[in-house]
Ligand binder design. Structure first.
Ligand SMILES: [Zn+2]
Length: 383
């Protein structure tokens, strides 16, 4: 069993077999729902699925039994072993006859639902993966460097480089140019080669699509020294620095990197909200407020959806096609299904936007946005 956010590959590259896979999404966001309520939501979804399987699935007795057992397994996992860690949505993929069992804790609200299919339901997961930025972290001292990737709140170790790997027999003095000498001042030649090698490594890492932004970590004077070697293209991607040694434990590195990342994200989000309010909305390239945001969503005109993380709003949604509205209506105008009242339709909106390929930005704190609508969007085209 894996319990994390990496290893999506197993699910994304899954090849369908005879077996049914249960995909269970459960909204567990502590700002919206209590444990008691999400357990009861899960329970009622399971009861409904069991009834459907037993009465109208047309599946063989054995297959039915396997599916029912898998649903029970999910129920007891969530009730007994699952530990909430501030995620917004819990996503479980469970095989009904194999030992496939994958648990993901997602940082974004998605609609609770259970889907039983010969393959894992991955639409939301795929959109979500595209939505999140990857951060490279380069930790460096004068002996060693270490590269990590932070993605969706998790850290993964990548290559390490050591000054001892710099070839000993190169005639450094002869090789380095005059201009480099000037920058270097008194830097040891071996160190000079080490920094050059690191720049190559990190550039290679970037070309493999391993990060969108870069964080440098180490003692200030070493970072400043190394920055002279960093490719200009990469320099522009540096969003911050922190002090730490390459050999520090992973959880410490993650904690410090997360601080840099959340400061960076906060300031980019604040800038984006100011731009939305001051420029884009007046120029009709953006909307603010629930009703207008829903209109933009229904017109497939959301490039970026922005909403306060704790914002909940009542409304109606069509469970069949995803139509969302604030008005009471009996039937969906698009597919004629019965429209259902929801105490909170924000997760419906987020999910539809994700499925339309919109970028999703949850906002934890922004007083200006809180006062003027708490949800809004940047449009794809002019209204
Ligand atoms: Zn509909």
């Amino acid at each position: 069993m894996t319990d994390g956010l990496f290893n999506f590959d197993k699910i994304l590259n899954y090849l369908p077999t005879e077996e049914f896979i249960v995909s269970a999404y459960l909204l567990v966001d502590g700002k919206r729902i209590t444990k008691k309520d999400y357990l009861s939501e899960l329970n009622s979804m399971i009861v409904k699925e069991k009834e459907r399987i037993e009465t109208s699935s047309g599946l063989g007795k054995n297959t039915q039994k396997n599916i029912l057992n898998t649903l029970d397994r999910i129920k007891s996992y969530v009730g007994d072993s699952y530990k909430y860690e501030n995620e917004k949505t819990l996503l479980i993929y469970a095989g009904t006859s194999s030992d496939l069992w994958e648990v993901y804790k997602l940082p974004i609200i998605l609609k609770s639902k259970i889907i039983i299919d010969p393959k894992p339901h991955t639409q939301s997961l795929r959109s979500l993966i595209n939505n999140y930025k990857k951060y490279g972290v380069l930790l460096i001292n004068r002996e060693k460097a270490q590269i990590y990737q932070v993605y969706l709140g998790k850290i993964k170790e990548y290559l390490a480089a050591f000054i001892s790997e710099v070839p000993a027999r190169v005639n450094f003095r002869f090789e380095s140019g005059l201009r480099e000498k000037k920058i270097l001042g008194k830097i040891d030649e071996k160190l000079h080669q080490f920094y050059k090698m690191l720049n190559d490594n990190i550039f290679g890492f970037f070309k493999e699509n391993k990060f969108d932004y870069l964080i440098l970590a180490g003692r200030k004077e070493i970072i400043n020294e190394f920055k002279h070697y960093l490719h200009n293209y990469l320099k522009a991607m540096v969003i911050g620095t922190f002090e730490e040694d390459p050999s520090a434990p992973e959880h410490i590195i993650l904690e410090k990197a997360n601080k840099v990342i959340s400061n960076f994200e906060k300031s980019s989000t604040d800038q984006l909200i100011d731009r939305l309010i001051d420029e884009l909305e007046p120029q009709k390239m953006g909307v603010i407020g629930l009703k207008k945001t829903i209109d933009a969503l229904m017109a497939n005109n959301i490039k970026t959806l922005v909403y306060m993380e704790d914002y909940a709003a009542r409304g109606y949604a069509c469970p069949a096609c995803g139509y969302v509205t604030l008005k009471i209506m009996e039937k969906c105008p698009y597919c004629d299904n019965v429209v259902i009242h929801f105490n909170d339709i924000i997760d419906e909106i987020v999910e539809s936007a994700l499925n339309q390929g919109s970028e999703i930005i949850p906002v934890s704190k922004n007083d200006r946005f809180k006062d003027c609508g708490r949800i809004g969007a940047i449009s794809r085209y002019k209204l």
